[in-house]
Structure formats: C-alpha cells, structure tokens
Design a protein around this ligand. Structure first.
Ligand SMILES: Cc1cc2nc3c(=O)[nH]c(=O)nc-3n(C[C@H](O)[C@H](O)[C@H](O)COP(=O)(O)O)c2cc1C
Length: 344
C-alpha cells in the first residue's frame, strides 16, 4: 500500500520466462520432474504440483516444498480460499525460494469442491481478489519480487458469457494480480472426472486472445490442449506465453525443441540430455532416493522414436529393482540405440 492507500501493482514475472511454461500437475511435476525439465528447457517457467495452503503451514515442508537450485524460475502453486492462510503459505513459499506464487482457480476435483477452492473460485471473484491482495501484501517484504499469479478456467458448468470471465479477471486484477494463466475451457463441476474435465469441455483459445487484446497491461498465458511446437508458437503471436502440461510430460523432448526454437542454443540429442541428469540422479541415490522416483518422469523421452518402447520397458523394469543405479539408465539407452539400428 502507498501512503494514499492505493495498492502498488504486483510485479510481473520476467517476460521472457513467461513464454514457455510447464503446467502444475499433481503427482507429476515434483522436484525430480522439474529438474529434468529444466535440463531440457533452460528458459521455461516451471510450476509445482498444487499444494494446499494448510499443508504448507502445517505439513512436511521439506517434502512438499522440496526445491533444487537448478529449478529457477519456479512457481509454487497453492490451493485454498482463506486469504490469511494463503498469505501465510505464500510467505513461507517465498522464504523457501520460490519465484512466484500461483493460486489455483481451475481444479475441478470433488475434494477441491468440498473444500471450496480450485475451479469453484471462478464463481467467487471477490474472495479470490481478497486472497490475492492478502498474498501480495504478505510478499511485499520478500527479498526479491515474487509475483502472485492466478491459473483459472473460462468459467464453470454452463457459464458461456465472456463478460463474466472478463469481470472475474478484472476483479482479481484490481486486487493487484497482473498475470493470468488461462486454461481455455470451462470446468464442469458435476458429472465429469478431473481427467474428463481436461478433455471434454471445448477449448476456446479466442477468449484468452481477446483478454490479451483488451487488457494488454496484463500478462496472459494460454493453456489447454497445446499438442505440438506449431500450436505453441501460434499462441505467442497473440498472448505472452504458452503453458504445456500433458504434451510436455509425455513427450519431454518437445520442451527442448521449443526452448531452442524460441530462445536459441544448440539442439542436443535425447541421450545427451539424459546423461546430463546423471550427477543429480547419483546425488539423490546417495541420499537414499530410489531410482524409480526420478526415472518415472523420463519415460517419455523417446516417445515416437524407434526404440522408444524398449527404452520405457528396460527403464521401468530395471528402476523398480532394489538398489537400482545409473547403470539401468545406460542399459535403457543402449537398448534404445539397438532398437533404432534395427529400425534403420
Ligand atoms: C496429472 C495431472 C495433474 C494436474 N494437476 C494440476 C494441479 O495440481 N494444478 C493445476 O492448476 N492444474 C493441474 N492439472 C491441469 C494442468 O495444469 C493443465 O491445466 C491441463 O492439463 C491442461 O493443459 P494440457 O492440455 O497442456 O495438459 C493437472 C493435469 C494433469 C494431467
């Protein structure tokens, strides 16, 4: 707040790092996954899985907020709807070193609905505005700028009114939030599983594009169903960035190709990129981490390539054995190579 009582605008994340981001995904984007994605895409913005504010405050922070220094820039995604708790959790996240705190207004699961957070918040713009304002205030004293951002849908159930979506964004923006990740479809709160809610409600990228046209002062990131490099690149002409979820996870080399295409650098082979993970893997193994918890995130690296299935097979079988070490990864790479030679 200024002396006149006006809110200072929340900082915008660095523009370049908004262009490419990897979506928050529960059970997927843990710290091991993010370290791997960072090697592939040095310029991408990474997101944690959603963590509830209560868990941040009362839970096992060493596990929930685990963060490796290579991950930056990385955002902590929070779930919750109580402004004071969210503010407290945001401050804890910033103290742990996160570069951004993102509020989840898009998750449709039953658990989330029972707790009145996630996508239900699309119907409660005033509460989201209060939450965002409390988080921004809590981060004002952070050592560096830590923006508060929102990830939302277009609406819930049968809201098909752009004006309502725009009013939601405007209300939150008035509270100081300047960056919106728009998963460009509705969430249907009745009758669809979370998985179906990522596939069935139709995508309407035009709403996100229109938002950016009408509010050029805001950073708008498009998310939802972006499947390949051409699609991702097309969004850059109309918005500040593209956030990829499933495509990045299932075909992580796509992240590398996008990073090189958009930011420059030399395209590395899949094998080179994977071998660059070795020091991290060995350090984790030395601390007692099982190989499988790390390698599960790399199984898609050879997706669509000759030998890709063999890579998956050798790696997933070998990594589950007790005491599995880096040699399992080398075996998987060798099996992939021979699969490739056979296909040539
Ligand atoms: C396994 C999985 C877990 C997800 N968990 C979260 C989450 O914790 N927070 C969130 O905002 N969205 C979550 N999402 C939604 C994604 O962030 C993203 O909005 C959605 O998958 C659409 O993008 P995509 O089509 O590029 O995958 C999850 C998606 C998947 C597939």
């Amino acid at each position: 707040m200024t002396a006149s009582g006006q809110s200072l605008p929340d900082p915008l994340p660095d523009a370049a790092s908004l262009r490419l981001s990897v979506a928050p995904m529960m059970d997927w984007t843990d710290t091991h996954c993010r370290v791997f994605h960072r090697l592939l895409a040095p310029h991408a913005r990474l997101y944690t899985e959603m963590v509830h504010a209560n868990a941040v405050i009362h839970g096992d922070r060493a596990r929930l907020l685990a963060l490796d220094p290579v991950e930056h820039p990385v955002a902590l995604q929070l779930g919750g709807s109580e402004p004071e708790l969210l503010a407290q959790a945001a401050a804890i996240g910033a103290a742990h070193g996160f570069d951004e705190v993102n509020l989840n207004c898009g998750c449709p699961s039953d658990r989330v609905q029972a707790g009145r957070f996630g996508a239900c918040l699309m119907r409660e713009p005033a509460l989201v505005a209060d939450s965002v304002a409390a988080m921004i205030a809590a981060l004002a004293d952070a050592p560096g700028p830590v923006p508060v951002t929102v990830k939302c849908r277009l609406g819930v159930d049968d809201d098909h009114d752009y004006g309502r979506f725009r009013a939601f964004v405007d209300t939150i923006a008035d509270a100081g939030c300047r960056t919106f990740v728009v998963h460009a479809r509705n969430a249907w709160l009745q009758g669809l599983s979370p998985k179906e809610n990522r596939e069935v409600p139709p995508l309407r990228y035009d709403w996100a594009w229109r938002l950016k046209r009408e509010r050029p002062d805001l950073a708008v990131i498009v998310n939802g169903g972006i499947a390949d490099a051409d699609e991702a690149t097309a969004h850059l002409e109309r918005t500040d960035g593209a956030m990829l979820g499933r495509a990045a996870y299932h075909d992580p080399y796509l992240l590398h190709r996008l990073d090189v295409a958009w930011f420059g650098g030399v395209l590395q082979s899949r094998g080179e990129l994977l071998r660059a993970l070795r020091p991290y893997v060995e350090a984790q193994l030395a601390r007692g981490m099982a190989l499988k918890h790390i390698t599960r995130h790399v199984l898609g690296l050879f997706n669509g390539q000759p030998g890709g299935r063999r890579f998956r097979q050798v790696l997933s079988e070998g990594a589950h054995r007790p005491g599995a070490g880096w040699n399992v990864v080398e075996r998987a790479l060798a099996a992939t190579e021979s699969g490739r030679r056979a296909a040539a």
